[in-house]
Design a protein around this ligand. Structure first.
Ligand SMILES: [Zn+2]
Length: 285
């Protein structure tokens, strides 16, 4: 098995929304805000090459929306999903599986593109798209709070493509799944977000997605204002981090532009970052 981090493009979000009840004087130390109070975010996917399968975890937000839409998200940097795949020697048509942690647009938007006739098509024509069944139902009939994150143009074309497959095991931990990793189901950020737990070169890696979006979110009460069930997130983070520390788990961040892979340590205040690594220098290819 080989793993490649895949940068799909950076954006910015309101710092206050990203940290909920935490005051700016505290979150501003780890995630400095710009003049519009926004903080920098990455969309970092993970590509797993396992035998003849090529599994992409999340896709970033893609590029099919209007300039007006993207102007709300202050895109920055030069990354794109397609280019990052090519830079690692892969073409989008090589992808056999797209695993979507959840269906918020910054995680699944890259799965669907608009062709020259303005038709919405799967970006990965040879791939199966994996979504948790209960999350799919949740996203198709979104609550008012999450409606701006679940976009019809990302969700329905996946179903229409005939390439959608469901994971319907109940968690919290799904072992022996159809993937070369196990899956932790968490329900605080949204219903049935899937967190991949991967054994690789003798280490355990957690793809923490929106359970812990950045290193600044390691303290237990530092929870996004976007989360639908913050008290559940609180419990889930606590349980996850204690277990991760016990099992010497490395955390791989999807959204932190300055931290790709970290080790963690126990401190008086709780679990915090120990070392910050580049994935490719930590693991030999
Ligand atoms: Zn999300």
């Amino acid at each position: 098995m080989k793993i490649y981090p895949i940068e799909a493009g950076n954006f910015k979000l309101d710092g206050g929304a990203m940290f909920g009840v935490v005051p700016k004087v505290l979150w501003g130390q780890t995630n400095p805000a710009d003049k519009n109070n926004k903080i920098e975010m990455a969309c970092r996917c993970l590509l797993i090459e396992d035998g003849d399968r090529l599994i992409l975890i999340d896709t970033g937000m893609g590029n099919k929306q209007s300039n007006k839409f993207f102007s709300h998200y202050d895109l920055w940097g030069n990354y794109s999903l397609e280019y990052s795949l090519l830079a690692n020697g892969f073409h989008k048509n090589d992808i056999t599986d797209v695993f979507l942690t959840h269906l918020h647009f910054d995680h699944c938007g890259g799965a669907i593109y608009k062709d020259s006739k303005q038709m919405l098509k799967p970006s990965f024509k040879n791939a199966v798209f994996w979504v948790h069944k209960k999350h799919w139902e949740w996203a198709k009939n979104p609550n008012i709070r999450e409606r701006a994150s679940f976009l019809k143009e990302n969700i329905f074309p996946i179903e229409e493509s005939g390439q959608l497959k469901f994971i319907d095991d109940e968690g919290p931990l799904i072992l022996n799944s159809s993937f070369p990793f196990s899956i932790l189901l968490v329900n605080g950020h949204t219903d049935k977000q899937m967190i991949p737990l991967i054994e690789y070169q003798g280490k355990r890696i957690a793809y923490v997605a929106d359970l812990i979006p950045t290193v600044g979110h390691l303290p237990i009460p530092y929870i996004m204002g976007y989360d639908t069930r913050p008290l559940i997130t609180l419990e889930e983070k606590k349980t996850f981090l204690e277990d991760a520390f016990k099992k010497e788990t490395l955390l791989f961040f999807e959204h932190d532009p300055r931290h790709e892979l970290i080790s963690i340590k126990q401190t008086e205040k709780g679990i915090r970052m120990k070392e910050n690594y580049s994935f490719d220098s930590y693991f030999s290819k």
